[in-house]
Design a binder for this molecule. Sequence first.
Ligand SMILES: C[S@@+](CC[C@H](N)C(=O)[O-])C[C@H]1O[C@@H](n2cnc3c(N)ncnc32)[C@H](O)[C@@H]1O
Length: 213
Amino acid sequence: MAKDWLRWHEDYGTAGSSLARRLEVVRAYLERALTEALAGPDGQRRLISMCAGDGRDVLPVLARHPRGRAVRAVLAELDPELARRARETAAELHLPDVDVRTGDAGRADTYRDTAPAHVLLACGVFGNITGADVRRTVAALPSLLVPGGIVIWTRGRGDGGPDASARVADCFAEHGFHELAFTSPSDARFRVGMHRLDGTGSQPVPDRLFTFI
Ligand SMILES: C[S@@+](CC[C@H](N)C(=O)[O-])C[C@H]1O[C@@H](n2cnc3c(N)ncnc32)[C@H](O)[C@@H]1O
């Protein structure tokens, strides 16, 4: 049965929950990414959020960050109700340059027109796709980013065994990124990483990056 992502979002409302704590880290990383991301020659910064949910990690940060309102953002979310909520929040926060697309973030065409991006979020994605899809997606990211582009990502540590986030971090290192920050609380299973692209992507981006399992 497909996962109930509306229900999943409800845990954000529980103070001190792992998800609420993770949200604070993602927002703090995004503040830093917006501060550090280089702008294009036109002064613009572009942001892509894959599987954006209701956008609560991105939208309040764009609204309060000094550079946030100048960011052109595309949030790709498959669930129509979550996308509607994200759109509603963007309107409430007076963020006209936020484009919430109800669509499949596993297909690069959903946001290819916004690439190369200065900041890209893949939060709540890598734990829901196969290892092969994680590798395919991370390998494609350099071609979806400007040189120096920043990715913020999450991954649960998993149940027992080696920490699954380490494989994701290794994958970023193998594809030309270096780590800017990594949070791995000992009393929670969430991990949040932030990586910056050192070089330039030259590989074509495959049409399909991932499929949720
Ligand atoms: C774990 S939640 C993460 C939501 C958000 N990024 C966050 O961290 O709060 C995964 C989200 O991906 C969405 N989703 C699942 N498959 C998708 C797809 N192929 N394209 C876009 N969104 C998808 C779900 O509806 C859900 O909102």
